[in-house]
Write a new protein. Sequence first.
Lengths: 478, 261
Amino acid sequence: MRFADILRLCRQNLLRRKSRTVLTVLGVVVGCCSIVLMVSLGAGINEQNERMLESMGDLSIITVYTGGSGAGGGADGKPAALDDKAVEEFRSIPQVAGVTPMASMPYTASLKTGGGDRYVVDYVQVMGIDTTQLDAMGYVLLEGRAPLRPGEALLGEYTAYDFTDRFRAGEDSMRYHSRGSGGMCVYDETTGTCREVADDPDPFFDPLDTPLTLVTGPSFNGLLSSEGVMAGDTGAGAPLETTLTPVGILEEDYNKGGATSSGVILPLDDLKRLIRDADPSSARASAYDQVLVKVSDMAQVGEVEDQIRALGFGTSSVRQMRENLEEQSRAIQLILGGIGAVSLLVAAIGIANTMVMSVTERTREIGIMKALGCTVRDIRIMFLGEAGAIGFIGGAIGCVISAVASVAINLVSFGSVDVRGVVTALVGGGEAVRVSVIPWWLYLFALAFSTAIGLLSGFQPANRAVRIPALDAIRNTT
Amino acid sequence: MALPHVAQRSAEPARISMDSGVRRGPRPGARRRPMIEVRGLRKEYPVGDESVVALERIDLAVPRGQICCIYGESGSGKSTLLNQLAGLEKPTRGAVRIGGVPVSSLSERELAVFRQRHLGFVFQSYNLLPTLNAVENVAMPLMFRGVPKERRERAARAMLERVGLKGRMGHYPAQMSGGQQQRVGIARAFIAGPQVVFADEPTGNLDSRTKVEVMEMICDFAHAHRQTIVLVTHDDHMARYADRIVTLFDGRIVDDTPNTH
């Protein structure tokens, strides 16, 4: 028998009992939808995690520090030193794009500027990095250029907004910046509501055009909190004042140092000199607290991290966190998928029931076909085809309905309905965080799985049909 | 040597002429040996712990082109004999050969192919498939053989025209009278040009006028292409159409006489 003829017979038989076929298909649709939507929720969690990690900054940065979790230690048993030699070692790892030591000012530091030192900020993070590695490390200059001469410095993205105007009081003494988290909210006392400020204000001064004075020292406690210290009445010596010329502003990235948000970034040598000047007794060793290593490909972070650990250092990166998150969402996905699978199992029972009924009803026809020379193989294919078709059609409709439902769920979570929203809800992209994510392979999987369930449920009924003797056609006279 | 023989037959291209749907060409072994050959056939059915003998010591030879009537009261074993002849049931003992092929020892798949190529059936209750229209029902045996839809339906329409159902091509069984349904059944039995057609009480459900029409139609087909007919009936009026009447009683052949009508 030709395959096309078998398919034609399948179609005729399915259409013969329309309501029964429709109900059985409906069961598969429900099962397929529940599996696809459940798994899509799991995939949505994955996407949310991914976005969260991305918002945490550059994911390909490894922070290296001395020691580590007992595994470290050089040949002589002492922890490996995090010095220039180690930095060169890291640089020689092939997958590494850039390396910079990261030193920080061990003392309290403040900045002041303007006439009469009008604008001040206390407790500023001062960080020293190898500024020749800015590009290689992936630091982003928002404005200006890298420092070239001594006394030149970089500022964090929001450093200028940290200054307080000492000559004003209350709200006016600061300029707020929303820092990328949507409009700034200002409480309106007359209406009692929250009023959004459309645009962020400019800082008090142009940070790239205003020299700053850095105040620091071993016993310095800040400009605002302890005016007395400014007079230098403590024994440990007066705080050191240095003039800095900001030449550039870096983009905020906590994985590359908190100073990129609100602090001062100096070339490493400048920072060393500053520390020496502030306290000559602190003749520090050539070792660094931390070294940042930038890996060229995010997928190789783990590999490079292992190599650095093998050298006897401790490391930290977002890899561990990422792995934990992935493991978690995998577990959630499995549970959700399992719940969905139960309803598809119920649908499978429905298909089996329909097929058993169908075989019983058609005993006589099967007998006639056998008597007229239809082979057992063709009869089996015919029944399997009917069961498989129920699964396939149910799966296809289920996929379409799931796609629509997924879009609806996402639109509700976005809180807005427009054409761009629908497209984003379907394919994602941009900053959008979707609740329900259906990857393309999930449609294929759902379709294949539904069809397979259909075939599997049709197997036993088809075998029953095959065993019906041709004789019954003649015996079962009406 | 059952298998090589069948294999050789299966390798033959299906030759179907479009005007009648009847196969032409040489029929192996047809000239020398009888079309149907039964030797020492015995059939027992288990009933509880015992077994009931339905057929005993049946020996029969039907030459090609003969219309052979197996006549008997109900319970005489005539339907059982037909089942053995058509390979629908395996005999307990003995052998059945059709055109030299030992049908009683073929496998299920070989039997299916053998039925496709060499046997036709007319049933008492017509046994048309309710989901197929007249043309599709008639074309069914050709469909099992893998003949393309267009070719087999052209042959089926020609057959329906020959049985006088030109205006009923697209009708479904439920839309036709018993006589019309049986004519569709006859067209279906003869479309593939079988060597032997088994007819089990083909007129059992019909009125007397239609009975005559149906029987004449079967005989005409058979005579036109020298096809062998095995007709099972308990109606002695119908037996008159046969060339030979074999009478069964209690599972044995009690009478075997040529009919000179």
